[in-house]
Design a protein around this ligand. Sequence first.
Ligand SMILES: Cc1cc2nc3c(=O)[nH]c(=O)nc-3n(C[C@H](O)[C@H](O)[C@H](O)COP(=O)(O)OP(=O)(O)OC[C@H]3O[C@@H](n4cnc5c(N)ncnc54)[C@H](O)[C@@H]3O)c2cc1C
Length: 461
Amino acid sequence: MAAPAKTDADQKAPPPSEVGIAIAGGGLGGLALAVGLLERGFDVHVFEAAQELRTGSGTIIGLAANANTALDGLKPGLHQAIRDVGSVSKEMVFYRLRNGEVVETKEAKDMGATGVMVVRWQSVQNILATLVPPERVHCGLRLSAYESVEEGVNAVFDVVGASAEHHYTHRNEQAACGQRTVRAKLLVGADGIRSAVRRILAGDAPRYVRHLNWNAVVPREFVPGLSKDTLHRTEDDVTGLITFKADAGHGYSFWQVRVRDTDCRLADSLGPTWGGLGKPGAKQRALEHLEELGEAYDAVRSAIESTPEADIFERRLMANGPIDTWLDADDRLVLLGDAAHAMHPGPGEGARQAFEDAHQLCLALVDEGAAALDRAAVGRALKRYELLRKHRCETVQAMALEGSGLPPEETVPPEFRDFTREQKNDRFKEFASWLQTYPDNPVGDPNSRFFKPPAELEEIT
Ligand SMILES: Cc1cc2nc3c(=O)[nH]c(=O)nc-3n(C[C@H](O)[C@H](O)[C@H](O)COP(=O)(O)OP(=O)(O)OC[C@H]3O[C@@H](n4cnc5c(N)ncnc54)[C@H](O)[C@@H]3O)c2cc1C
C-alpha cells in the first residue's frame, strides 16, 4: 500500500517552483499518466487538491481489454499488477426483469462484452501511487488558475488547509490558506469531473444524468450466493431499476443499486451536494427502492442490510458533454480523463478511457520528439492526442448515455430509436468490439456499420 503523501501545507519541502509537466489531479488518470511519463524519462509532478491521495471510494472499477492494453503501454506489467489484486470474472449474466419478474437471462459474451477484471478502485489507486515517488506527489494543492507565459504556463494552486472530502462533496469550495505558483512547460488537467482546469478553459459545468446510485465494497460474505466467476446485472424494463453485484477480489464483493430519476425529484431531496460516503439515511433510501420486489433482489437487499451506513456511497450520477477543444491556444495545456469526458458509468468506461488517454498522451509526446518539452513539439503532440482521443471519447460518452435506460428521445439518435431489441444488441456488440480493438482503429472501425471513422478523421491511424 502506498504511504499517503503528506499535505504540502505541513510538509517540509515545498514543491519545486519549476517542473517539466504538472499534472493537476492525483486520481486514476493523473497517476496513470505520471507513471507513463516517468517511464519515458519526463520530469513530472502531480498536484492533488485533497490532503492525501484518495483511498476510500466504496467503488470498484471493471477493466477490460482496452484498459489492459493501455496500462501495459504505460508501464510493462502494470495490468498484471492490478489483476493480482482484483478478480477476473469469466462471465457476466444480465437479467431483464419486468416489474421484478425475470423475463430474460443473457450472458454478456452473447452481447459482445469480453471478460472483465473487477478491482477495488482504491487498490488501483494504491498501485499507481506506489509507482510515483512521493517527492513527486504534492497534496493539499488545488489548482485555481493558470496563465500562459513565454516560457510555459504558470499554474496557481490554493494551499488547502481544511480536512479533505471526496470531490462529490463541496470540497472545491474549501477555504485556501495561501497560494503557490508552479511554472510548467505543460499543464495537464486531470482534476476529475469537477475540473477547475476545464471550468477555466471551457466554462461549462457537469450535468446530472438523472440516475441516483448507491454502492459499497463489502466483505464477500455480505453478498449471499455470489460466485467469484460471475457478474450479475439486473435491469427492469418498467421501473428502470438496475442492480449489480460482483466479486472484487481479495475477500471483497461489490453491490450497486441505481434508480431512474427522470424528473430529478430524488436528487432534489438530497440537497445541493452530489452525494458522498455515509450520508445519513442512505441505507434506508437505497432499500426503499427494493421494497415489495421479489426474490430476484434478495441478495442485494441482504447485502445492503449488512452494510454499515458509513460504507455506503450515495451519489447522483454526473457527466459532462463535448466541448470544442481540450487544448488551450498556447499549446501548454490539455485535459485528460473525467475532466475531458466524464461519462455515465453504465458501460464502465470512465477509467478505461482515462488510461487510454494517458497512454496516448505519452506516445504522442515521445513520437513528436517532445522530450525537451519545447513548445512546437508539445503543440504537435497535443494536437495529435486530441485528434486520436476526442472523437473516440465523445462516441463512448454518447453510447454510455444511449445504453443508460433514460428516455430514448433524449439519449438515442433519431435513426436508431425504432430499433428492435436485436438491432440494438447488434449496435452495442459492434461498439464493444470496436472499443476492445484498442489501440487499433482509434477513431472508428472502417468495417463496422455504426462506428466508422468520420470522413475528416479517416487518415488517422
Ligand atoms: C458509480 C461509478 C462506477 C464506475 N465504474 C467504473 C468502471 O467499472 N470502469 C471504469 O473504467 N470507470 C468507472 N467509473 C469511472 C471512473 O471512476 C472515473 O472515470 C475515473 O476515476 C476518472 O479518473 P480521473 O483521474 O479523470 O478522475 P478522478 O479519479 O476523479 O481524479 C481526479 C482527482 O483530481 C483531484 N482534484 C479535483 N480538483 C482538483 C484541483 N482543482 N486541483 C488539483 N486536484 C484536483 C481530485 O481530488 C481527484 O483526486 C465509475 C464511476 C462511478 C461514479
